[in-house]
Write a new protein. Sequence first.
Length: 416
Amino acid sequence: MWQLILFRGMQGLGGGAIFPIALAVVADLYTPAERGKYLGLFGAVFGVSSLVGPAIGGIITDQISWHWIFFVNVPIGLVSLVILWRLLPAIKRPEAARHIDYLGAALFTLAIAPFLVGLTNKQTGEWSDPAVGGLIIVGLLFGAAFVWVESRVPEPIVPLSLFRIRTFTVSVAAVFLAGVGFFTAVIFLPRWFQTVAGASATESGYNILPLLFGLIFSAIASGQIVARVGRYKALMFGSLLLLALGLFLFTNLHADTDRPVLWLWMLIAGLGIGPSFAVFTLIVQNAVAPDRIGVATSSLTFFQQIGGTIGLTVAGTIFASRLADEVPIQLVKAGVPQEFVDQFSAGRGALDLTGTGDLGQRILAAVPAPFRATVEPLIPNIVGGIHEAFSIALASAFWVGIVGALVAALLVLFLH
């Protein structure tokens, strides 16, 4: 496991740089009037990769081996490298030597890691626990140190001077909050298809395609609209409200929700999130000086990813807490005798609800052999109750994204 964590961290060092650099290259190659069209395509590509990647990963895991979700990146990376080497024009500027803010990067890592771990531990602990509140406080202290260092180093990774530009500050805050809603949907919806609908990892990827279609269409269309009209405030306000609507519809999720209905909800959410991947980048690039486009773009991408990470952690905590409360309630409603409900609730931590396959068989396998004959007739009721509890808990997690989308929509009104 430590090898996996270490090498994924190394992979992230390269992967984290690719997206903001690619967006900055668009600003170098095209005029402000032309950028909207191409940034719309970039937004669509980012959304596609975020959704198709897990789907392809599911296919590879189901059909070949999970090891190949890493191996497959090697030939793709080599082909991309050759294309960039041969076709990307060289852009050179007479600039002074640059210095990397290693201290700032280290402090931010030391701030975000314990903060997120503390929030995650809240699923099983209390705020007063050192592993919860203690880690969160440690993260906040390192965060304060990070801000102090960034205000003093000559070339910070997040220049605080950019936050004096209202357009940049509003865009960063809005994309941070919009990322919460997007990543919550992308991560949690496949879990519902696998756990409740009984879909394989591959099938769950297919089932979120409506979200993908909506995202692609709206990302490309928004870039074209802004490039032609030159206005974006009404577009972004409307799209974020649409995202909030789509996420609100997810709060009506139940075990018996029809898939076509859920697909429609996903399409609405996808239409709402697409413009955020294209237009905010355009807004920021046009608001800063040409020599700050690279760092401004990377900061925007940085906060979008952090927003998604923090949002997922908070949503996961809400989900786990609500699931613990709902399981006994829904088991009773499903007709499971109270004595079985009490026993099941006491041992629910041993039940894995993250995998695929027959949940009833997994539950029965965990029951001691002498009691299986007694429990077996209740398995359909138990499974039905767990599925409903899982759906309700999952639905409650989407409120994090709803609040984020609504606040982001209000922030957009302060754009110039």
